[in-house]
Design a protein around this ligand. Structure first.
Ligand code: N01
Length: 541
């Protein structure tokens, strides 16, 4: 296959293509392959200088997925599976990046990928029934269909800290980690203790001379229990692969978890504790599903939350530090559970300090570090582990105009609205993969991505076969979908936390629960039903 292409001036002038895809992560790469299988043409535009999406950019020390590698990978091609062996239970970021590079090569995708090409605008031409897409450098493309595979956790959130521009040390963001970063022997500060911070902090503590963690809200951190996968383990999983994968497709979250023990109140006290201990020793996200009502009943949730607080107090030697690390005031899981390795143990090290920003707020960066209301910290580097403008951030930064020039940014000003999370009324021939309104971030996103790609592929085949010019969600179907999503979310504890699911981490962002919480299997059934019903809720024109 051709080498990865940087932007070439003539690309924008090439003839129209059937499908334009934006983003070369898990979703975009598979979409490109799926379109080719229909015999249609496609071009994929990618802002980064390599494939891999979020895994291309998140190179911070300790970056790793917290879904089992065997499940967090494509299932659609047995040859890819046969040629790739995962080395650990949870794949590291570099291993996932290598995997996606391998897939791009193996499927010959690179010749249709334009790297270092950031999309600035996309406009639907009603007369031509096609999209015109413009990159930052002015090149344009025309395509009949447009697919955004821009990711839900791809636009970094870097808060506007006072004095940051005066800071003379190195300022880094976990989600945009430079390849030359070397923090060995330095005095390092980390702001943020979500999943990224929780993974980076133990590794940075090993490397840095001194590490200061600035915590605003403590998270619930469960142990990963990562380990190398032995050939026997891999063989056992492979022997049962088809059944395992099908179970994921029909499951709630698309991941492999032990079944819950029913409502917490129905489980006798001793057994309840034993179940939590069992899940704590398995490691990973399974603690959250110990009982069927953890995310609907505050009392059940508190049982699990208290168990985690007790583990923190068992682990952290200094009682005051342990209390500062104990999350309170929001339900476990309502901000995404963090999965860590030696996270709490790290606070027993002599070279690590924890600063509680609720007790002593960050006042300003100074040229030499950070000043809180209590003192100044001298720092050679500050790591922002402050997360993402999640779910809508990447699309929000593109000027997307549908029918009559209406702008997606305006349509979504009060929160994202879509039909099935796939399509937006007023924006014909445009699809969003694994975005707001779909299970996306509430699931093993690779399982969700495969479902989305295959559903869009089948729809495009139908449109091509029938010579249909446009496909567009109706406003009524969209309203019903948004209403259903809100109903499901409001029956849970999720909306009660200031999470990125709610847009609460970005000042000024509307406060709505953005992903679809009905579950991966249910969602798949709904999408299949829509297709079987002649694409009910869409206007095909
Ligand atoms: O981001 P986050 P993340 N001043 O938003 C703090 C996935 N992921 O990159 O909670 C001070 O969760 C903020 O504090 P608060 C996963 O889905 C997966 O860590 O807003 N602090 C919080 O502590 C995850 O959920 C993996 O009070 C500020 C932190 O920064 C999602 O990505 C690994 C602040 C941000 O946490 C996002 O995770 C990594 C401010 N002004 C990521 N603003 C795995 O697969 C923000 N914070 C394991």
């Amino acid at each position: 296959d051709a080498a990865p292409s940087a932007a070439r001036p003539q690309d924008g002038q090439a003839g129209p293509t059937d499908v334009l895809i934006v983003g070369a992560g898990f979703a975009g790469l598979y979409m490109l392959h799926a379109i080719r299988t229909l015999g249609l043409s496609a071009v994929l535009l990618e802002a980064g200088d390599g494939v891999g999406g979020t895994w291309h950019h998140n190179r911070y020390p300790g970056a790793r997925c917290d879904v089992d590698s065997i499940d967090y990978s494509y299932s659609f091609d047995p040859a890819i599976r046969a040629e790739w062996t995962w080395s650990e239970r949870y794949p590291s970021a570099p291993e996932i990046r290598r995997y996606l590079e391998f897939v791009a090569d193996r499927l010959g995708l690179r010749r249709d990928i334009r790297l270092s090409t950031r999309v600035r605008a996309a406009e639907f031409d009603e007369h031509a029934e096609s999209w015109s897409v413009t990159a930052d450098d002015g090149r344009t493309w025309r395509a009949r269909w447009l697919v955004f595979a821009t990711g839900s956790l791809s636009q970094a959130n870097a808060p506007d800290f006072p004095g940051a521009s005066e800071y003379r040390g190195r300022l880094l963001h976990t989600a945009d980690w430079p390849r030359d970063a070397d923090l060995r022997g330095r005095r390092v500060g980390v702001i943020g203790t979500g999943s990224s911070g929780v993974q980076a902090i133990p590794v940075l503590a090993e490397e840095a001379e001194h590490l200061v963690v600035f915590q605003r809200t403590p998270g619930f951190v469960v142990p990963a229990r990562n380990h190398p996968l032995s050939p026997d383990e891999t063989a056992a999983i492979e022997a049962d692969y088809a059944t395992r994968r099908q179970a994921l497709r029909e499951s709630f979250g698309g991941w492999h978890l032990p079944p819950s023990s029913g409502p917490a109140a129905d489980v006798p006290h001793g057994e309840r504790l034993a179940e939590l201990e069992r899940r704590w020793s398995i490691g990973g996200l399974c603690l959250q599903s110990a009982f069927s009502d953890v995310m609907t009943d505050p009392a059940a949730n508190e049982q699990v939350a208290r168990f985690v607080r007790d583990r923190i107090r068992d682990t952290v030697h200094d009682p005051s530090t342990a209390e500062t690390l104990c999350p309170t005031g929001y339900p476990l899981g309502a901000k995404r559970l963090c999965v860590g390795t030696d996270y709490y143990e790290t606070y027993n090290r002599g070279n690590v300090d924890l600063v509680d920003l609720r007790a002593t707020p960050l006042e300003t960066f100074t040229p030499g570090g950070i000043r809180t209301s209590a003192q100044e910290y001298a720092l050679d580097a500050v790591v922002l582990a402050t997360g993402f403008d999640a779910m809508t951030g990447a699309l929000d930064r593109i000027d997307i105009r549908g029918r009559g020039g209406r702008r997606l940014r305006d349509e979504w000003a009060a929160g994202p609205r879509s039909y099935l999370g796939l399509s937006v009324a007023g924006f014909p021939n445009m699809f969003v993969l694994a975005g707001p309104g779909s299970p996306s971030v509430m699931s093993n996103v690779v399982v969700s991505i495969e479902q989305h790609v295959e559903w869009v592929r089948d729809l495009l085949a139908h449109l091509a076969d029938t010579g249909t010019g446009t496909v567009e969600a109706t406003a009524e179907a969209q309203d019903r979908w948004v209403e259903l999503g809100n109903q499901i979310a409001s029956a849970t504890l999720y909306p009660s936390a200031d999470s990125w699911y709610m847009g609460a981490n970005v000042p000024g962002k509307p406060r709505v629960f953005m992903p679809f919480l009905g579950g991966v299997g249910t969602y798949r059934g709904i999408c299949d039903g829509v297709a079987a019903d002649g694409y009910k809720g869409f206007t095909l024109g």
